[in-house]
Design a protein around this ligand. Sequence first.
Ligand code: PLP
Length: 396
Amino acid sequence: MISDKMKSMVANSSVIRAMFEEGKKMAVQYGADHVFDFSLGNPNVPAPSCVKEAILDIIEHEDSLHVHGYMSNSGYEEVRQTLAEHLNTLYGKSYSAENLLMTVGAAGGLNVIFKALLNPGDEVITVSPYFVEYRSYAGNFGAALIESPTDPDTFYPDIEDLERRITERTKILILNSPNNPTGVVYPESVIRAIGEMLSKKEKEIGHPIFIVSDEPYREIAFDGIEVPWIPDFYRNTVVGSSYSKSLSLPGERIGYLVIPSEAEDFENLVAACNVANRILGFVNAPSLMQLVVARCADAKTDVEFYDRNRKLLYKSLKDFGYTFTKPDGAFYFWVKSPVEDEREFVEYLKNNEQILVVPGRSFGCAGWVRIAYCVSHETIQNSLPGFERTAQHYGL
Ligand code: PLP
């Protein structure tokens, strides 16, 4: 009955979501305090107080027809202008409302820009490990996702490998920094080198290659590390962001795309994104939340909360003998499995210690696991003996 395409999608449905469901069942079986669920990137920090204040004030004082009505498919103009000015202050740019399109989270934004750019048979390149949904998003528009392995020491993109994988069908390179699942932040030198390589390849193949920079974790970066603004280094960049992590609003589905005016075929691209937002069925991003995020443009999530978890896990995992990448951003640890097949490690942690982590192969990179540390500090503290016993079991 269901479509052939969906049959395989249902069969391969997200491992992460499956683990999350399993975590809920285990919580009933063992008690919530005895299950350590590091599977899902669901922020444990409450939204900043300005979110609640803005919601109440808007509902109370603004015209309800305006608050709840349809608007332009790209979103309220005054909201886009406010957010553009915020970006201008941060990055010294001169964006205006016309450069922004409000979207249904980062996921909605990625689907909009993919729909606007991709023909069936086109290729989207990404670097592995990568956010699992990219394959489905490319598949939504008949495009193929091409994986380029990262440098295993740094998990930065391997620029020579990327270059080798570019063909005449390549339309998009999707980058994600701070990265899910590794937590690495790509430095300026890497972004600059990618930009130079792509500019050369665009000339060779005779059409633009867009960087789509997927940035829901931009605001979560530690130790003062800079997250480069990619449009500064490469002309054909579209930035997709959201407030899912930066204001802990994942269920509200609110985000935006930034399309710089210098991007190739700018006016048509903006028009295509508008239509895409409409015909994908989003129509427009949630109206109340657009107004809320404009009022909270300067608000920040509690990065300290994540940093405290990060520091504790960093020290403990190191002491126990695990190998992992140093996370500079987002809220994930990327840990090497002590056995070749990381699914065995994942099962061991689950069955013996009630610790849930995600196998790396669901991010296109076997042999590693992801720990999402956007959980309470107590969950981390209480999970440590289990991580330690497991390290001993594997002789680390
Ligand atoms: N991109 C990455 C790398 C993510 O980790 C996520 C969510 O976890 C998304 C996109 C989707 O974000 P949103 O909930 O804003 O759609």
